[in-house]
Design a protein around this ligand. Structure first.
Ligand SMILES: [Ca+2]
Ligand SMILES: [Ca+2]
Length: 509
């Protein structure tokens, strides 16, 4: 039964920041028809699902402040364009997840423009309102900053009003108040519209841990009882993946109602390990996480990523070092769970904060006048001087792109690698913290994966019970092409080993 359920869960996902991905009409802004034109590309890469950052009408460039949940942002296209995208994706076996922002709206959303008019407006209770006295009495005028919000003063003036409204992320993003049943009914309608009338496959859920404010925090977990019930009734099997940007212990309870949560602790641990060249007992930590997640949901999906649109790009984290960029991919794509690639990772895109510069245009070709190239921002990090465009990488067997592509296809075809439910992962103890080694047991064929995280060659000796794992299924180390011929592993190299007597795929370096 686990295998049946697993088969329906997309294996490798791809996050698209729509504005920066591909332009179809020459206005320099990435759009839905641009995404549709790249579905063959994504299918060839081996992608099973795409997560589109918000596509609803919004005054901001990132569109995380929605003004209409039933429409498409005109800069990105029309509802017909979206339906074509969806149909094209489904034809290719690619699921589509919509980024749904239910924590807050734009101040320009009609609910808020109504709510701010007066205390007796029917939409007033869709948001949080308090007088300064009430705020002071509860001691909630200031908050401690968190990874996902640097805001200290979350209460904002509504001119001419003695009550302030609560906006955790920004004064232009008032938080919705789910004590209102009328609001819950509106959200349920929106869910049903996208799942049933339009036909999306699931949602990526923004700010899932902030649905209720900090003083009502427990209710942020129970909110998802309501949400998942609506989803399940509307479209059984629709997928939900939540952004719970917090430590693993705080993330776990959200899995009671969400299929998946992003593993931020893992993302940061991988980044630290790549920088330090040392393992942090990550396999033991993952096993502990899985045990915890399992208590809340035996069918939990661990959504793993190197970075996303809110984090500095992995390429820049490792200083643009191509070997480390490949090593990062080798680790991500051999761990259990459902990996999410952030668009452009597969060509080694670079980017550091502020946010717009971790969301730069995808480089399709070396032509600065390429009509597909988005131009809403002048890139600072990913330029033709620093990153080889996709068209140059496809024909280069040693490129970052072909590294990703080979690994994704290996993951898609190797049951031990693509197991998502009941993650199969055990440590392989090699007694050297510069080596990261793990075992992926599977009835079809078990695999051992070994990475050298550091910049010196290391010796390795497999434990006695793993000594038959000498067939090289995949390697970035020229020392190991088809069989484990020496017990050395080159700097920043990875090998995937199968029991002797199996077929193999070897990557050129
Ligand atoms: Ca456009
Ligand atoms: Ca909230």
């Amino acid at each position: 039964m686990l295998a049946d359920r697993s088969a329906r869960i997309p294996k490798v996902c791809y996050e698209i920041f729509v504005r920066s991905f591909c332009d179809s009409n020459g206005d320099g802004i990435g759009d839905l028809n641009g995404v549709t034109s790249k579905l063959d590309y994504l299918a060839d890469l081996g992608i099973g699902a795409i997560w589109l950052t918000p596509i609803h009408p919004s005054p901001s460039y990132h569109k995380y402040d929605v003004t209409d949940y039933y429409a498409i942002e005109p800069e990105y296209g029309t509802m017909d364009d979206f339906r074509r995208l969806l149909a094209g994706a489904h034809t290719r076996g690619i699921a589509v997840y919509l980024d749904l922002i239910v924590n807050h709206t734009s101040t320009l959303h009609p609910w808020f423009t109504e709510a701010r008019k007066s205390k007796d407006n029917p939409y007033r209770h869709f948001y949080w309102w308090m007088t300064q006295d009430q705020i002071d009495h509860l001691g909630i005028s200031e908050r401690e900053t968190s990874d996902d919000s640097q805001v200290v003063y979350p209460w904002h003036e509504n001119p001419g009003d003695d009550e302030k409204y609560y906006g955790l992320f920004f004064k232009g993003m008032p938080d919705l108040n789910y004590h209102s049943d009328a609001l819950r009914e509106e959200i349920a309608r929106i869910i049903r519209f996208w799942l049933n009338d339009v036909g999306v496959d699931g949602f990526r859920l923004d700010a899932a841990r902030h649905i209720y404010p900090e003083w009502d925090k427990e209710q942020s977990i129970t909110f998802w009882d309501f949400f998942s019930k609506v989803v399940e009734e509307a479209k059984p099997g629709a997928f939900t993946v939540g952004e719970v940007w917090a430590e693993t212990e705080e993330v776990a309870p959200y899995l009671r109602n969400l299929n998946a949560t992003f593993h931020f602790d893992l993302s940061f641990a991988l980044q630290r390990m790549l920088l330090a060249g040392r393992d942090e007992q990550i396999v033991d930590k993952l096993q502990a996480s899985f045990n915890l997640f399992q208590k809340y949901n035996p069918l939990f999906v661990n959504a793993i990523m190197l970075t996303n649109h809110d984090q500095e790009r992995i390429g820049s984290v490792v200083g643009g070092n191509i070997r480390k960029i490949k090593l990062a991919a080798s680790i991500l794509l051999t761990l259990p769970g459902q990996p999410y690639l952030y668009y452009g990772e597969e060509i080694g895109m670079l980017g550091m904060k502020p946010d717009p510069y971790i969301r730069e245009p995808f480089l399709w070709t070396p032509d600065p006048g390429d009509p597909q190239l988005t131009g809403w921002i002048k890139p600072e990090f990913t330029t033709l001087k620093t990153v080889a465009p996709l068209s140059a990488q496809t024909s280069d067997a040693t490129s970052v792109f072909n590294h990703y592509r080979t690994l994704i296809h290996l993951r898609n075809t190797e049951p031990a690698l693509n197991q998502i439910l009941a993650p199969n992962l055990q440590p392989v103890r090699l007694g050297d913290d510069q080596l990261l080694a793990y075992f992926r047991p599977h009835v079809d064929r078990s695999l051992i994966i070994i990475h050298n995280l550091g910049d010196t060659e290391r010796a390795m000796t497999l434990p006695d019970d793993k000594s038959l794992f000498t067939e090289v299924l995949f390697s970035t180390d020229p020392l190991h092409e088809t069989t484990l011929t020496t017990n050395r592993l080159s700097p920043h190299s990875s090998v995937i080993l199968a029991p002797a007597g199996n077929a193999r795929a070897v990557e050129k370096q």
